[in-house]
Ligand binder design. Structure first.
Ligand SMILES: NC(=O)c1ccc[n+]([C@@H]2O[C@H](COP(=O)([O-])OP(=O)(O)OC[C@H]3O[C@@H](n4cnc5c(N)ncnc54)[C@H](OP(=O)(O)O)[C@@H]3O)[C@@H](O)[C@H]2O)c1
Length: 252
């Protein structure tokens, strides 16, 4: 992929869950390619610190994506600030300390579904009019390898991510007529954020690598490259797809 494939100069990109982990690294990657950024998460202090560190125009909004009104206000705020929104990366997500399914509490089930699945829907719905207005909007949702190859004790997380994959296809069908391409990334194991334990805990790392044909964890640049491809103009005849970025985890 050439550098100009990564050129986001003049474009406005929203990243949810940008206060830490993968989201903050995606924000850095887009900023390095000239995008103006709308960053959303609950921790507004962390967003502002990140914004100060980025070489581009950034606007930040404290927002819980499971709350539709807060999400609408934040997305509207980004559009008012920059006059447009070209691409949205719905990255915010949680995986709460969990148990095997028969012991899972109502609270954990609801919170994980509320943030991951409903929060992704809230983000997409809030962004629709702005993405449609450009005639070439790009929406990238965030699944997980867990949607297809679950680990034990993650039923709520797995269900939320499988729901996001279905939502990706449904939104692609609904919004193709508006020029919006809707795709998802399904990351495997990255030594950052929710994946940190798989980098630092030798036992977990060995388990994961044994199921990963490429024999290593992913780098954030490798994930960012796929997210940026799906968020930009080089992605033209591709919608409703889930790109798994996992080094082949679970294939054999
Ligand atoms: N790391 C991996 O290896 C991996 C693998 C597969 C999939 N993923 C997916 O990648 C995404 C990012 O994960 P990560 O590893 O970077 O996790 P992380 O470090 O825990 O970051 C999660 C981000 O989501 C935000 N967030 C959580 N709840 C939110 C809410 N209710 N409203 C708004 N923002 C919220 C957090 O910000 P606040 O707390 O400030 O709100 C934070 O910025 C998630 O969707 C995750 O499922 C990660």
């Amino acid at each position: 992929m050439t550098d100009d494939a990564m050129d986001f100069a003049g474009r406005v990109v929203v990243v949810t869950g940008a206060s830490r982990g993968i989201g903050s690294e995606l924000a850095r990657a887009f900023a390095q390619r000239g995008a103006r950024l709308g960053l959303l998460a609950r921790d507004i202090g962390a967003l502002k610190r990140l914004a100060d560190d980025l070489p581009t125009e950034v606007t930040t909004f404290g927002c819980d994506v499971s709350d539709p009104a807060e999400t609408d206000t934040a997305i509207k705020g980004v559009a008012e600030q920059f006059g447009r929104i070209d691409s949205v990366v719905a990255n915010a997500g949680v995986s709460l300390p969990s148990h095997r399914a028969h012991k899972l509490s109502d609270d954990v089930w609801r919170r994980v579904i509320d943030v991951n699945l409903t929060g992704t829907f809230n983000t997409a719905r809030a962004a629709h009019a702005h993405l449609a207005a450009t005639g070439r909007g790009r929406l990238v949702l965030t699944s997980s390898i867990m949607a297809r190859v679950p680990r034990r004790g993650l039923s709520a997380y797995v269900a939320s991510k499988a729901g996001i994959e279905g939502l990706t296809r449904a939104l692609a069908v609904d919004w193709a007529v508006d020029g919006i391409l809707v795709n998802a990334v399904a990351p495997g194991f990255f030594d950052i954020g929710l994946g940190s334990a798989f980098g630092s805990d030798e036992r977990l790392r060995t388990q994961v690598l044994a199921k990963t044909p490429q024999g290593r964890l992913g780098s954030i640049e490798e994930l960012a490259n796929v997210v940026m491809y799906l968020s930009g103009d080089r992605c033209g005849y591709l919608t409703g797809e889930v790109l798994t970025v996992s080094g082949g985890y679970g294939l054999g």
